[in-house]
Design a binder for this molecule. Structure first.
Ligand SMILES: [Zn+2]
Length: 129
């Protein structure tokens, strides 16, 4: 019997308006550094990057319901990791309740399908491509 990971919120998450860009992914409770925030193996796979997708391999990109909302920051508080077919969102620092969960897109993507001027507040509004 194979158990599906499906979509597991290890902390309560919310999608809310973000000061960085549009809407973002927020935690509703404190998260310890190193904690698993979210895990999913329910996603769409494409052979090319699309808006909101995450690169898994050079030829495999995934589009996932919650993770597509995670905004970029040059000072990330999380990272993405693959464990078999499951994509995991891990806190890299302590994250306070109601804080936006952000990652550095440059750590997963070879290139950004829609380059943008960064609004993270931690850089000089560099172009992320
Ligand atoms: Zn930035």
């Amino acid at each position: 019997m194979i158990l599906s990971v499906s979509q597991v919120q290890c902390v309560r998450l919310a999608i809310r308006p973000s000061i960085i860009h549009g809407k973002g992914l927020f935690t509703q409770e404190n998260v310890s550094s190193g904690a698993l925030i979210y895990e999913s193996d329910e996603y769409t796979v494409t052979s090319f990057p699309i808006y909101g997708s995450l690169q898994h391999t050079p030829t495999e990109h995934i589009l996932e319901d919650f993770l597509r909302w995670e905004n970029h920051s040059c000072k990330p508080n999380s990272c993405l990791r693959f464990d078999g077919s499951a994509v995991q969102l891990i806190a890299t620092v302590f994250i306070s309740a109601d804080e936006e969960i952000v990652c550095d897109y440059r750590t997963t993507e070879d290139s950004i399908p829609t380059p943008f001027r960064c609004n993270c507040g931690h850089c000089d509004a560099i172009i992320i491509r």
